[in-house]
Design a protein around this ligand. Structure first.
Ligand code: LMG
Ligand code: NDP
Ligand code: PMR
Length: 398
């Protein structure tokens, strides 16, 4: 059946961007996108840094991560011996991508990871079983589905006295089979409440801490997704992301006075997740516009690839969980292991050459990063501004 399904697929790809064919995309996926409004998720122009390119052609990820800080030191030789470890907060580091990223960063011996997790014991067990050395991580409690918890977490970070250099907003929930919405402590629909509003408040409140950092670079990174981008095939699998005129968000997503969905429609868990990812990607661009110049902080989002084996799909039906990994591995070829995805996110955290702000990173088949194009909605500045303004009211910042 799998082979039958595969044989239904177009055998060649002819994605053209302004008339130019894209060989790397051809290699990467057997999926054809013949609809003209769909744009490739792949870009023929990799990262511009020459140093970066050269390394990639030799040994893609590992080499880059391992050499990340020495490069920084070369730029500032006087600090070579004294440069402290970077401190990075990773939300949802108790499993999947977050845990894999923590492991990669710790193994470089250049980073101390603050694992911001809702389940302390699970996080501790996860760190142990991943072999992350005790001195290199700190677990701090954070439940993104409670704004009080977010505020308490930020207070604890401040009180810890540990400087903050990079914030990674990684945690998420995905509720594709839920028939009815569930809600955060403040009464927001759970997917958007956790994935977007929780991270929105967290990153706003931690901005002051980041500003104080004396590390050679400071970053806020958020994990976006291809499935929120309707300029790709994956983003066109129903239900599609669509924030509409934001009437549901403006109404508080509580399902009492209005709708639990951002666009004001009926509840759909898969759509709510994809909408939340659009908000994540919009938020980084709005951060960039408002704060990059003033603070020097890099704000970026990324799509790490389809990590089909993570806990993200825990609420999906067992048949889906069984078939999804082989489907992504052998049919779409969009699959990446947790380990590989962890290297990608770690690269965005620590590679000195990825300083560009306001961008969305993706990787091609050879694991070379490139700046990718977001869908029209996910790159709409007016929508980004409105999402920002409504969100700051909802989380009590305005
Ligand atoms: C919605 O459905 C749900 O309603 C919602 O609750 C939520 O889950 C949401 O996005 C999440 O999805 C989307 C629905 C509509 O998609 C499906 O139901 C398809 C589910 C199948 C997903 C992955 C498993 C596929 C298994 C394939 C075979 C196993 C492979 C083994 C590999 C071994 C290799 C040696 O989806 C659509 O409407 C599809 C629209 C997109 C059209 C694209 C056309 C391309 C066709 C490609 C076919 C690939 C195989 C499909 C087989 C499906 C059989 C279930
Ligand atoms: P996992 O489910 O493995 O990891 C999600 C993490 O988020 C878990 O550690 C989970 O904690 C945590 N989390 C969930 N809710 C909360 C909360 N209320 N407060 C604090 N932490 C919470 O999934 P992935 O690793 O796949 O997902 C990581 C990121 O990658 C997400 O942002 C997802 O959208 C994104 N992504 C994933 C893709 C994939 O293919 N898997 C593709 C594209 C993007 P706990 O362990 O306690 O459940
Ligand atoms: Mg998708 C190139 C094709 C591609 C890629 C890269 C993904 C990624 N998916 C692709 C294609 C398809 N998917 C096709 C053709 C189908 C219909 C059979 C399909 C279906 C599908 C479902 C039902 N895909 C899914 C689901 C989910 O429930 C996942 C989801 O939407 O979660 C929000 C999912 C995903 N597909 C991906 C990725 C990365 C996901 C999940 C993770 C995420 O976006 O966070």
């Amino acid at each position: 059946m799998a082979l039958q399904a595969a044989s239904l697929l177009p055998s060649a790809i002819s994605i053209c961007k302004e008339g130019k064919s894209n060989a790397s995309f051809k290699e990467t996926s057997p999926f054809g996108v013949s609809v003209s409004h769909l744009k490739a998720e792949f870009n023929p122009h990799p990262v511009k840094s020459k140093k970066f390119k050269r390394k990639l052609s030799v040994k893609p990820m590992v080499a880059q991560i391992a050499t990340a800080t020495p490069e920084t030191n070369q730029a500032a030789p006087e600090t070579k011996k004294t440069l402290r470890k970077g401190n990075v907060i990773i939300t949802g580091a108790s499993s999947g991508l977050g845990l894999a990223t923590a492991k990669v960063l710790v193994e470089t011996e250049k980073w101390h990871v603050i694992m911001a997790c809702r389940n302390f014991l699970k996080a501790e067990r996860a760190a142990k079983s991943a072999g992350i050395a005790k001195d290199n991580y700190t677990i701090m409690h954070l439940d993104l589905a409670s704004l009080d918890s977010v505020r308490q977490f930020v207070d604890s970070v401040r009180l810890s006295g540990r400087p903050l250099d990079v914030l990674v907003c990684n945690a998420a929930v995905y509720l594709p089979t839920a028939k009815e919405p569930t809600f955060t402590a403040e009464g927001f629909e759970l997917s958007v409440g956790t994935n977007h509003l929780g991270h929105f408040l967290l990153s706003r409140l931690l901005l002051d801490e980041l500003k104080k950092s004396d590390y050679p670079f400071k970053r806020v990174i958020i994990v976006g997704s291809i499935t929120g981008n309707t300029n790709t095939l994956a983003g066109n699998v129903p239900p599609k992301a669509n924030l509409g005129d934001l009437r549901g968000l403006a109404g508080g997503l509580n399902g009492i006075n209005g709708s639990p969905m951002i666009d004001g429609g009926d509840f759909d868990g898969a759509k709510a997740y994809k909408d939340s990812k659009v908000c994540n990607m919009l938020t980084m661009q709005e951060f960039h516009r408002r704060y990059h110049e003033e603070t020097g902080i890099t704000f970026a989002s990324l799509y790490p690839g389809c990590i089909a084996t993570t806990g993200l799909f825990r609420e999906h039906i067992p048949l889906f969980r069984l078939l999804f990994p082989p489907f992504q591995k052998y049919i779409t070829k969009g699959y990446v292991s947790e380990e590989e995805a962890g290297k990608r996110l770690a690269q965005v955290v620590s590679d000195p050459s990825l300083t560009k702000s306001g961008v969305y990173w993706s990787w091609n088949k050879n694991s070379a990063s490139f700046e990718n194009q977001l869908s029209q909605e996910a790159s709409n500045p007016e929508k980004a501004r409105k999402v920002w303004e409504i969100s700051e009211k909802l989380v009590g910042l305005a």
